[in-house]
Design a protein around this ligand. Structure first.
Ligand SMILES: Nc1ncnc2c1ncn2[C@@H]1O[C@H](COP(=O)(O)OP(=O)(O)O)[C@@H](O)[C@H]1O
Ligand SMILES: [Mg+2]
Length: 301
């Protein structure tokens, strides 16, 4: 290991711990507080298969963290460990600096973690409001309070600057891929998610839909949410991410501010677990808390 123990916990002084429970919905953690979520030594085995080993990663509020890695690197397993679908075999999760155990997806939701999966889990036959409120419907005098639900859904979409939807009463099945992503994200936001995890959000989208989703991701971070985006698409990664983490064969090959990487170094880390291409980026990477978990990364070579 070349750099100090691959732990982002060794970041400089601005990483002060915020008191537990800080920040209401969308209240920013922009001011140098503790990472909203910190992974410490997370490992996950499936029988003899070690899918993840010793993952140390900070996911701060108000920033987009991109999680890159080749197929089979462990990206989905990692987000499932955060989302309460898998239990890590080892290590610890810290939420606002406090150790937490996330046993079920419901535990994750209650903490404020929402995951937008690739298949999106929306109901095509229901309209936008119904989808956004599903399982959280408002009831007044024993009947569904359609007016307040509609207002809430409208307001949430407006806050996220989603303006391409014609009517919030149209069935979700009639929306474009980008609009469906927007509805899934708006649903997460409405349920007060403080960390929004997105798995390959632009993988199935065309150019203009991708633009919509990327600007939505940026808006989420600007509004103080922590965003963790799994992506293969390095153009998207560099457009939206302020931090990048690269998994290689279940290990964190590198993580740090996006300014510490260029496309080629991310590709190197993704495909070989190491990169000799730090060049001009190296200095800013080091001062920004960049860490590399690899043996092969040596001074100046
Ligand atoms: N439920 C499971 N049982 C056994 N092995 C699994 C399971 N889920 C994932 N794996 C293995 O863990 C590794 C990482 O998989 P995954 O997290 O899906 O990678 P990625 O999302 O980066 O493509 C792979 O080798 C995969 O075969
Ligand atoms: Mg996957």
């Amino acid at each position: 290991m070349v750099m100090a123990e691959g732990s982002e916990g060794a970041r400089p002084a601005d990483a002060d711990r915020a008191p537990a429970g800080t920040g209401q919905r969308a209240a920013g953690g922009l001011g140098g507080s503790a990472p909203l979520l910190a992974l410490r030594g997370i490992g996950k085995s499936f029988g003899p298969v070690q899918a993840l080993a010793d993952i140390n990663l900070d996911i701060p509020a108000g920033q987009v963290t991109a999680l890159a890695g080749d197929n089979g690197a462990g990206k989905s397993t990692l987000i499932k460990c955060i989302a309460g679908i898998y239990q890590p075999s080892g290590g610890q999760l810290l939420w606002n600096g406090q150790p937490v155990h996330i046993h079920t997806p419901k535990d994750a939701t209650q903490l404020g973690i929402a995951t937008v999966y690739q298949d999106l889990a929306l109901c095509d036959n229901l309209d936008i409001v119904q989808n956004m409120m599903l399982g959280h419907e408002s009831v007044k005098y024993g009947i569904l309070d359609e007016i307040s639900m509609e207002l809430l859904a409208k307001q949430t979409l407006r806050d996220l600057a989603v303006s391409t939807v014609r009517s919030i009463r149209q069935p979700v099945g009639s929306l474009s891929g980008g609009q469906r992503q927007a509805v899934a994200v708006a649903k997460a936001v409405m349920q007060e998610a403080r960390l929004v995890i997105m798995d390959e959000p632009t993988a199935a989208l065309g150019v203009s839909q991708t633009e919509l989703v990327l600007s939505l991701i940026t808006t989420l971070a600007e509004r103080g949410h922590a965003v963790l985006v799994v992506s293969h698409n390095l153009t998207d990664v560099f457009r939206v991410a302020s931090r990048i983490a690269v998994l290689y064969l279940g290990r964190l090959a590198a993580s740090g501010p996006a300014t510490g990487f260029d496309t080629q170094s991310v590709v190197d880390f993704m495909t070989t677990g190491t990169s000799s291409r730090l060049g001009e980026h190296r200095k800013s990477a080091l001062s920004g808390g960049f860490t590399s978990g690899t043996e092969g990364w040596t001074d100046g070579n």
